[in-house]
Design a protein around this ligand. Structure first.
Ligand code: NAD
Length: 249
């Protein structure tokens, strides 16, 4: 994919879940365009694998659902990179595909812990630093499921609706500062996350996309990188669809 040479020159980014899929595609772009990236991912093996794709990556193994772990990852990252200008929260899980009433409370809680609390912990950990730095771009990855609701994925859909709510609230709180907070709502993009889903659910997601195809990680990364750039300066608390036409509002 074509990029914008030097767009992230002098900028440093944290990408949660950046060792795979959409997060890794964003990491690749930011590095290619002159920035430095530290990925926060719970899977150290996946981080090492990501470094074979993007050798310049820094990596911290952390579970974003662990508040203390996130604080310590932030401290280590600030020490390694000297500062953080951009946060992209990509880490998430889907939970099992089943009806809401059959969900175990443990499975529900796990999705909420990672997909909502994890995003909150990471935003909370880096906002004070961005305020001090007088610059910041936060891009939270939600999902079109958070707008429309997907049957057999209610924990995931609920968690992504919460990410939209967090983004809109935090974006408004920070609107008079130089820190913007936005989110993207992709429709289905074929990544490793598909391994967590049933084939019926994957087929359902495809059937809902007017373009009648899955998205590509680079298509989502291109939008995220624009929102994460200096150029996107008069937009905050906003939700951007990247969904092949799938949207309800
Ligand atoms: P992926 O599975 O390829 O990547 C997710 C990464 O997050 C993995 O590297 C995983 O190790 C990491 N991760 C998971 N739980 C973690 C935790 N507790 N702490 C730290 N890291 C953790 O998935 P993806 O498709 O690239 O998804 C990226 C984001 O995009 C997610 O927020 C997902 O919900 C969202 N999204 C994806 C799709 C899709 O169809 N792929 C559609 C809409 C939204």
């Amino acid at each position: 994919m074509p990029g914008f040479a030097g767009r992230f020159s002098g900028r440093s980014a944290v990408i949660t879940g950046g060792a795979s899929g959409i997060g890794l595609a964003v990491a690749q772009r930011i590095v290619d365009e002159g920035g430095r990236v530290c990925v926060w991912d719970r899977d150290p093996g996946q981080i090492e694998q990501a470094k074979t794709v993007v050798p310049a990556l820094h990596g911290v193994a952390v579970d974003v659902a662990d508040a203390a772990g996130v604080e310590s990852a932030a401290a280590r990252t600030l020490e390694a990179l000297g500062g953080v200008d951009i946060l992209v929260t990509s880490a998430a899980i889907t939970g099992p595909n089943m009806t809401t009433w059959n969900y175990s409370t443990e499975d529900w809680q796990k999705v909420i812990d990672i997909n909502i609390n994890g995003v909150f912990y990471c935003n909370k950990a880096l906002v004070p630093h961005m305020l001090e730095r007088n610059y910041g771009r936060i891009v939270n990855i939600a999902s079109i499921a958070g707008k429309e609701g997907n049957p057999n994925a209610s924990a995931y859909s609920t968690s992504k609706a919460a990410v939209i709510g967090l983004t809109k609230s935090l974006g408004k709180e920070l609107a008079k500062t130089k820190v913007t907070v936005n989110c993207v709502t992709p429709a289905a993009v074929r990544t490793a996350i598909f391994k967590q889903m049933s084939q019926e659910h994957i087929d359902f997601m495809l059937s809902k996309i007017p373009m009648a195809r899955f998205g590509e990680v680079d298509e989502v990364a291109a939008l995220i990188c624009w929102i994460a750039s200096e150029e996107c300066s008069f937009t905050t608390a906003a939700v951007f669809d990247v969904s092949g036409g799938r949207a309800t509002y």
